[in-house]
Every structure is written in structure tokens, then in C-alpha cells.
Design a binder for this molecule. Structure first.
Ligand code: NAD
Length: 430
């Protein structure tokens, strides 16, 4: 991650987005107060005996923003620059995301300040088990259900599930999602966020009278979300010309571009499990290696930021090419408020994160449902249900935006905040 990515406080961004919508909806003061900050926050330490015998203490967080509509739900990130404010913002965005796609869950998020690149598998396992031990009383299938996020995988979820079951003396597959299929995971989960983004993108293109086969995209990130977005976008006929990712060896990011379009299988074969691309081999395969920010200034129709927050900022929004018609936000919070105003002024159609990347949590909800029923669906059934959810959420947001002449982000927020505020009101909280 570039340093500038962290120059913005994501929680302030999330609150300023909320405040705009609270004004639009003329929310009561108490509702506003309740929803603009988390209901509960936990901050704790995880001591780990490292492979060399020393003890390292990792700081960790869990934030439950709101659970009026159901148990809270949200991923756990491992990142060296993780902060409590980032986790707060992500928890808040989870609340809106679950509400905009109308699944009966609230919003939460977790994090550990660590860099798994520098931890052995054993050390990562101890971090996962330590995380669960510290928070076990405040999470669970009917309370708060974690999931993977940046730099955490099905393996991390398995260690966490095993620890939760060991500590509670139960079998509780509904405690966590993003599990491997063999332990009650859902078919289609790894595809869900990227595919969900493309389901909404497909609908946006249809509304704009554009055919996917006539469009070209540039993508920031080459992790879970980006790879599956590229996979489905190319399957429906689109072309991706540039991909940017973080280079661990150089501690910076690069963009890889290939005229005629990147080859997903080829790039997957030279990437690491954290979504980094081996630069030397990319060059051998004919890719141009450009600066990390170059993904934003490509001559394309669609930009897909699918790495981390604050990717599109006041200092680089002006570099977005004239041809760009759509920004489809795969990452959480990839656009800062100033950059968002600039996109709005330019008339760029934004598929906001809370809608565009909600496929992951929607499939996690399907996973919970299947785990609780102990009855599992085929992949086509999962992805079919996902398509229905994402398409209907897109259509509802687009219809509201069209009728009330709202920016897409505001329309998505209006739907989400209204639903959460109603649940809080119905419970008698406000
Ligand atoms: P990941 O760890 O699999 O991949 C992250 C990618 O971002 C990697 O390719 C990494 O190299 C790249 N990256 C990091 N810093 C970069 C930089 N400065 N410039 C360019 N590339 C950079 O993570 P993921 O699961 O794909 O998540 C990506 C984003 O999507 C995050 O914001 C996450 O919160 C969000 N998200 C993920 C899911 C999910 O299901 N995985 C669901 C919803 C939202």
C-alpha cells in the first residue's frame, strides 16, 4: 500500500458519507447519533510465541457497528497499517452493504496489525487462534460472524473455526464464513465478490446501452475480488487491459499492461497468494511495467478499483482518462469524498462499493444459511441466487437514483440507511 492511501481517515470518510444521507433523509438526532458510530468496539492484544522463541504482541480489533437487522457480519483483515478507525469505517460500510442487498445481517469488521508475508504458517495459526480466544464471548453464529478479508483466507478461517469449536465445546460451522467446502463452506464463495461486481456492472452497461464486448477496463488489485471480476467480465465479452498490484519485493505498486488485453490464466500462474504479480516474469510474457498509479489513467471505459481504500483521491482523480464512463468499486472505500465530487461533476456512473462489492457478504449469508440447515447447494444454484440478489439490488438503487435524480452512491445509502433506521426504530432503540 502506498503511504498516501492512509493519508485519509476512512472513518471520517464513512461518517461524512453518512452525514450527507442523514441530511437528505432528515434523520432524527438520536438515530443519527446511534448510526454514525459503532454500537460496540473491542481492542485487544494477541501474544504469540514466534518460531525463534521470542514473544511478539499483535494488536487486534473487532468493531460491531450495528446489529438491529440481525447478527453482525464482517471480515477480518491482516495488515501492517491496520488502524481502529479503518476497522470502524469498514464495520459501518458492512451495515449499509447488508441492508442495501436486503439480507438480515448487521455490520462488523475485525483486524490484526500484522504482515503475514513475514509470518510463518505456524505463527499465522497462533495469531488466528489468539484472535478467537480474546473475543470468543462476543462473537458466534447468532451474535457476530467473521469472514476473510485482505490477506486472510479459508485457511485462516479454518484455524479460527477450530479454535472457536474447541473453546466452546461445540460444532458451530455458522460461526464463520469463507470456510473451505470440506468444512461447510459455500460453493461460489471465492467467486462471489468479483462476480457480484460484474453482475451489477452488466446491468449498468445495459442501462447505458453499452455492450460488454465493446468495453475495456483497467483494474487496481489482483487479489480475490479483482481476479474473479476479471474472470466474469472477460467471460461476458469485456477486455481488461491493465492490472495494478502491490510488489512485496520493492514495497511499491506497479501496473501491468498488455495491448489486446491481459491474460488472466497467464497472470494467475505468475502471482503469489497475496495477489502480487512476479514482475520479471510478467515482462518476459510481454507485459509493460508501469507505475502503480498508471491503472487510473488508461484509455478505457471502465475503472475497477479492487485493492484498498483511498485509491481515487483529489490528487489523482484528474488523471482519469476522458473515455472512462463507469467506476465500479470492488474495494471498500476506494474513493475519497473530494474525488467522489469530481466523478459526480464529470458525470461518471459510479457503482458504489456498498452495492458493487456486496456479492461477498451475500454469499457469506448463503453460506450461513446452508451451514445452519446442514444442506448444501450446487455452485450454479449459489451463483444464480447471487445474480438475482445483486441484480434486484442494482435495479432498486438505479430506479431510486433515476426517480429522485440522486447520485448512485447517495441512492444506495438512502435505501440502506432507511432500512437500518427502521429496524432501530421498530426495536424501540430510537
Ligand atoms: P486481496 O488481499 O486478495 O487482494 C488485494 C490486492 O490489492 C492484491 O492484489 C494487492 O497486491 C493489491 N494492492 C494492495 N495495495 C495496492 C496498491 N497500493 N496498489 C495496487 N494494488 C495494491 O484482497 P481482496 O479480498 O481482493 O479485497 C480487495 C478489496 O475488496 C478490499 O478493499 C476489501 O475490503 C474489499 N472486499 C473484499 C471482499 C472479499 O470477499 N474478498 C468483499 C468485499 C470487499
Amino acid at each position: 500500500m502506498t503511504k498516501s492511501n492512509k493519508a485519509y481517515n476512512s472513518f471520517e470518510v464513512a461518517q461524512s458519507q453518512f452525514d450527507r444521507v442523514a441530511d437528505l433523509l432528515d434523520l432524527k438526532a438520536a438515530t443519527r447519533e446511534l448510526l454514525r458510530s459503532p454500537l460496540r468496539e473491542y481492542s485487544f492484544a494477541i501474544p504469540v510465541r514466534m518460531d525463534d522463541g521470542s514473544v511478539q504482541v499483535f494488536r487486534a480489533f473487532r468493531v460491531q457497528h450495528n446489529d438491529a437487522r440481525g447478527p453482525s457480519k464482517g471480515g477480518i483483515r491482516f495488515h501492517p497499517l491496520e488502524t481502529q478507525d479503518t476497522v470502524r469505517a469498514l464495520a459501518m460500510w458492512m451495515t449499509w452493504k447488508c441492508a442495501v442487498v436486503d439480507i438480515p445481517l448487521g455490520g462488523a469488521k475485525g483486524g490484526v496489525i500484522c504482515d503475514p508475508h513475514h509470518l510463518s504458517a505456524r505463527e499465522q495459526e497462533l495469531v488466528c487462534r489468539g484472535w478467537v480466544r480474546q473475543i470468543v464471548k462476543n462473537v458466534g453464529p447468532t451474535i457476530d460472524v467473521p469472514a476473510p478479508d485482505v490477506m486472510t483466507s479459508a485457511q485462516h478461517m479454518t484455524w479460527m473455526l477450530d479454535e472457536f469449536e474447541a473453546v466452546t465445546g461445540s460444532r458451530a460451522p455458522g460461526f464463520i464464513t469463507g470456510k473451505p467446502i470440506s468444512l461447510g463452506g459455500s460453493q461460489g464463495r471465492k467467486e462471489a465478490t468479483g462476480y457480484g461486481l460484474v453482475f451489477t456492472l452488466r446491468e449498468a452497461l445495459r442501462e447505458m446501452g453499452l455492450r460488454p464486448e465493446d468495453t475495456v477496463a483497467s483494474v487496481q488489485g489482483f487479489g480475490n475480488v479483482a481476479q474473479y471480476a476479471i474472470e466474469l467480465f472477460t467471460q461476458i465479452g469485456g477486455r481488461v487491459e491493465a492490472v495494478s498490484c502491490w510488489d512485496q519485493a520493492d514495497s511499491t505498486s506497479y501496473t501491468y499492461r498488455k495491448k489486446g488485453g491481459v491474460d488472466l490464466a497467464e497472470l494467475r500462474a505468475i502471482s503469489d497468494p497475496f495477489g502480487g504479480i512476479h514482475s520479471g516474469r510478467a515482462i518476459e510474457l510481454g507485459y509493460e511495467k508501469l507505475s502503480g498509479d498508471a491503472w487510473i489513467e488508461q484509455d478505457v471505459d471502465i475503472l475497477i478499483p479492487a485493492a484498498l481504500e483511498n485509491a481515487i483521491r483529489a490528487d489523482n482523480v484528474g488523471r482519469i482518462g476522458k473515455r472512462v464512463r463507469i467506476v465500479a468499486e470492488g474495494a471498500n472505500g476506494p474513493t475519497t469524498p473530494e474525488a467522489d465530487s469530481a466523478l459526480k461533476d464529470r458525470g461518471i456512473f459510479v457503482l458504489p462499493d456498498l452495492l458493487a462489492n456486496a456479492g461477498g457478504v451475500t454469499c457469506s449469508y448463503f453460506e450461513q444459511v446452508q451451514s445452519n440447515m446442514n444442506y448444501y447447494w450446487a455452485k450454479d444454484e449459489v451463483l444464480g441466487k447471487l445474480d438475482v440478489k445483486m441484480t434486484s439490488a442494482f435495479l432498486a438503487v438505479h430506479e431510486l437514483a433515476r426517480k429522485q435524480k440522486l447520485y448512485m452512491r447517495d441512492a444506495a445509502y438512502v435505501i440502506a440507511v432507511t432500512r437500518v433506521a427502521e429496524a432501530c426504530h421498530d426495536r424501540g432503540w430510537v
